[in-house]
Every structure is written in structure tokens, then in C-alpha cells.
Design a binder for this molecule. Structure first.
Ligand code: AMP
Length: 219
């Protein structure tokens, strides 16, 4: 099964994809994580992307399309993948369609996480990640069971994203509405779009997505 998560920054795409990859045996492909790794490694892509990411704008389509095309070909993606943060423009969606049809693959479901924009800034400013294993937390909605200790790996080393500042989040929300939301009618026309209430409690959202995908799998 191949899936796409759609939704504005803070809607829970990363959190829910991480949970789903365990349940359905899929690989999470986050273009944001790939770009942050490229920035940390100082690669050419990382150098090109750093300032754009910090401004909250989108990295050029050609850079992103090449990055994801290389990744989708890998053996670990052959059983299925979850695209988290890609596509973000119609040009990216069209490029994805071409890549998939060349490999005789398809997108089985696009899951839209519906949220209220005005609550996203607060949600995003409360989130942090375990440096060692990448587990994501939120001070308010999803804190570690023991304060200051990662539930997954026991590390006490956490980081905040530099583009999670309020002013950058506003630019990221704008980019979502202007450039990414046209993907909703694009996938609705292809009859693969499913919408889920992303404002519900995290476990409820997971439960609803699991139920939805089980019915897609059996259809
Ligand atoms: P994310 O972790 O998905 O919130 O992405 C963080 C930042 O990486 C975004 O604000 C963009 O600058 C960049 N980015 C991630 N994915 C894409 C994409 N598919 N297209 C363009 N830019 C992207």
C-alpha cells in the first residue's frame, strides 16, 4: 500500500506516519527529514535548501522530485511507503504520477488531516524531537511518560526545529494554502482522497486512520 499524508504544518503528518509504518509495515518518506539531514551533512542540496527552509518557503520542485525519485526506487520501499510532506505542489504530484506509473505502482490513499490553522502555531511551538531516535513529542499534547526522557530510547537529548518559530510557521501555513491545498481537489478527482479530523486526540486520530486504511486495503 502506498499512501500520502496531506495537511498543514503541525497537523500530525509525521506523528501519524511514524505510528502507521509500524502497523502496516510501510516506510515513512519525509522530505522535510531528508532535507534536514542534507542540511546537517552540508551536501549541495542541503546548502541550497537551508535558507529557503528557514524562511518557511518551499524548496524548488526539481530538487525535491529528484530526491524522492531516488528514494522510491530503493528496495525497502517496494512493499509500500507513506509520503509525509510530499507532494507539496501540483508539479510534484504530476512528477510523482509519472514515477509511479513507470514502476507500475499507484497511490492507494491520500489522507488529509483537517485542522484549525489558528491552533497550529501553538501546537508547533510546543513540539520537540529526540535527537537520538527521532521520536516526536509535544509538551502539551504528547509529552514523554517521564519528563525529560525519551519513551523510545531513554535519551535525554531533545531538539527544537529552527523553522518552528511563530513567524516562520506563518509563512509555512501560507505556502500550504497557496501551493499545497490545490492537491486536495487533484486527488479528490482521482477518488483517492480521505479526510480525517486532525484536531481529535492523537490516539483517536490514529484509530480513525487505521480503520480507514483497513477498509481501503480490503476494497
Ligand atoms: P516539513 O518537515 O515537512 O514541515 O518540511 C520542512 C521544510 O522543508 C518546509 O517548510 C520546506 O521548506 C521544505 N520541504 C519539505 N518538503 C518539501 C516539498 N515536498 N517541497 C518543497 N519544500 C519542501
Amino acid at each position: 500500500m502506498n499512501l500520502i499524508f496531506l495537511g498543514p504544518p503541525g497537523s500530525g503528518k509525521g506523528t501519524q506516519s511514524k505510528r502507521l509504518q509500524k502497523t502496516f509495515g510501510l516506510i515513512q518518506l519525509s522530505t522535510g527529514d531528508m532535507l534536514r539531514a542534507a542540511v546537517a551533512e552540508g551536501t549541495d542540496v542541503g546548502k541550497q535548501a537551508k535558507q529557503i527552509m528557514e524562511s518557511g518557503k518551499l524548496v524548488p520542485d526539481d530538487v525535491i522530485i529528484k530526491m524522492i525519485a531516488d528514494r522510491i526506487e530503493s528496495p525497502d520501499c517496494q512493499k509500500g511507503f507513506i509520503l509525509d510532506g510530499f507532494p507539496r505542489t501540483i508539479a510534484q504530484a504530476e512528477a510523482l504520477d509519472k514515477m509511479l506509473s513507470a514502476g507500475k505502482k499507484q497511490i492507494n490513499a491520500v489522507v488529509e488531516l483537517q485542522v484549525n490553522d489558528n491552533e497550529m502555531v501553538e501546537r508547533i511551538s510546543s513540539r520537540f524531537t529526540c535527537v537520538k531516535c527521532g521520536a516526536g513529542y509535544n509538551k502539551v499534547l504528547n509529552p514523554p511518560a517521564k519528563e525529560g526522557v525519551c519513551d523510545e530510547c531513554g535519551s535525554a537529548d531533545f531538539s527544537f526545529r529552527s523553522d518552528d518559530k511563530a513567524e516562520t510557521v506563518a509563512a509555512r501555513l501560507k505556502a500550504y494554502h497557496e501551493q499545497t491545498s490545490p492537491l486536495l481537489p487533484y486527488y479528490k478527482d482521482k477518488r483517492v482522497l480521505y479526510s480525517v479530523d486532525g484536531m481529535a486526540e492523537i490516539d483517536t486520530v490514529t484509530h480513525n486512520i487505521n480503520a480507514l486504511l483497513k477498509s481501503v486495503e480490503n476494497s
